[in-house]
Write a protein that binds this ligand. Sequence first.
Ligand SMILES: *[C@@H]1O[C@H](CO)[C@@H](O)[C@H](O)[C@H]1NC(C)=O
Ligand SMILES: *[C@@H]1O[C@H](CO)[C@@H](O)[C@H](O)[C@H]1NC(C)=O
Ligand SMILES: *[C@@H]1O[C@H](CO)[C@@H](O)[C@H](O)[C@H]1NC(C)=O
Ligand SMILES: *[C@@H]1O[C@H](CO)[C@@H](O)[C@H](O)[C@H]1NC(C)=O
Length: 445
Amino acid sequence: MATTTIALFLFSIAFVSSISSSNAQPNKQIQSFFHLPVKIDRATHQYYTTTDIGTPESNYFDLVIHLGGQFLWFDCNTGYNSSTYHPIKCGTRKCKIAKGIGCVGCNGPLKPGCTNNTCGMSPYNPFNNFLVSGDLGEDRIGVFPTEGATVPLSAASVPHFLSVCVDSDRLSDNLLGRMAKNTKGIVGLARTQIALPTQLALTFKLPNRFALCLPSSTKNGFGDLFVGGGPYFLLPYTKDVSQLLVKVPLVINPVSTAPVFSDGEPSDEYFIDVKSIKIDGEVVNFNTSLLSIHKNGDGGTKLSTINRYTMLHTSIYKALVNDFVKKAAAKKIARVASVGRFGACFNSNTIARIITGPAVPNIDLVFLNERVHWRISGANSMVKVGKNVLCLAFVDGGENARTSIVIGGHQMENNLLEFDLASSKLGFTSSLLLHNTSCSHFRLV
Ligand SMILES: *[C@@H]1O[C@H](CO)[C@@H](O)[C@H](O)[C@H]1NC(C)=O
Ligand SMILES: *[C@@H]1O[C@H](CO)[C@@H](O)[C@H](O)[C@H]1NC(C)=O
Ligand SMILES: *[C@@H]1O[C@H](CO)[C@@H](O)[C@H](O)[C@H]1NC(C)=O
Ligand SMILES: *[C@@H]1O[C@H](CO)[C@@H](O)[C@H](O)[C@H]1NC(C)=O
């Protein structure tokens, strides 16, 4: 009982049912969806969620959220001796679905992470670039339905969820290196058959869709990972936030960007087709061939929750900084010395504050239809780096950057992003601050 209460406190949403009744549309059932909290680690600025894995229940794991991660992996060395864990044998259908590599065995005493004839996987820690070998296994995980969802509450337990168990005892302690303190693994959201959203969608026959609302702080509660479709309610905004979504195609990079892959495998990360960048309405001048995805998989624009700040190919970075500084000067914003990786810093006393943060020039990512743009306003474009100093929160990815634009977490905070895998579309809201709301909420039952 106690664990149920904690779990509902963490995972549920309070007001969906009340809003549905006030809308008085009895025939229009609320679509079901699941909800996981999104927290931010202050020291590393990594985003993570919490879920329980295994039996007995209430064995909670903090897992870093990785949009480009291919599956859920966790350190099953400590605190995990689940009676419902089953290793997946090599050569099985589930091993194929998971794109398992080879067959792993173990000499130690039998336990999760040490079994024979087990489907091998390659979990990856993107923070220290550490690639290891792990075991594909299945177990129950707790993922809680939103109140008012059409799936029964018993669905709170997802049986036979495929994930990868890595016994850190058998490795050097690098496995969790540079990951947020207390996190024990990674939850991948990429376009694979065993990413968490797709497994939930298949198990519960939900639309294959998820939405991410990254918080900028957890002072006022957690952010959200919604799985299975909207509506999305983010108080105090009282309407369904999915009405604010602007949709653009998600494009497939024909060459994998994963650390391990077979020949001819496309990337399962999320790329979008940005056509140009504008600052206060004026096009930033650089060679736009960088924005196309080339035959070898180079170029293009992807989204990453692993990068804290958006990383740009050097020639885009230089042009952006140059134009931003000019537009800022026109607004009488005083430039100060650069700080660390940030090439454009300003005296914050010369910058007004508006509802979307510091009143700096707007940066727009522009799509094929020129009227469609993702607006990056002050709260997302600037970062405070010291007393009275605000810097443009973009970094130089180098001349040889493989992907020309990697949109980072800071630029996604307080924006709702919906990844619709069925129609292959990204929906974005731009800053929710404009609508007097954010991605930080206390959700109580
Ligand atoms: C794990 O659980 C089993 C029963 O499910 C028990 O027999 C075994 O001793 C436990 N092992 C450890 C290391 O706690
Ligand atoms: C795996 O197989 C090897 C070789 O047959 C054996 O020595 C070992 O004890 C087995 N490991 C487990 C965990 O059963
Ligand atoms: C842009 O870059 C591409 C590829 O590097 C090159 O072929 C092309 O000539 C460049 N265009 C201009 C205008 O510099
Ligand atoms: C947001 O709040 C401000 C003041 O608190 C108000 O003036 C404005 O109309 C609100 N905007 C929206 C879209 O609700």
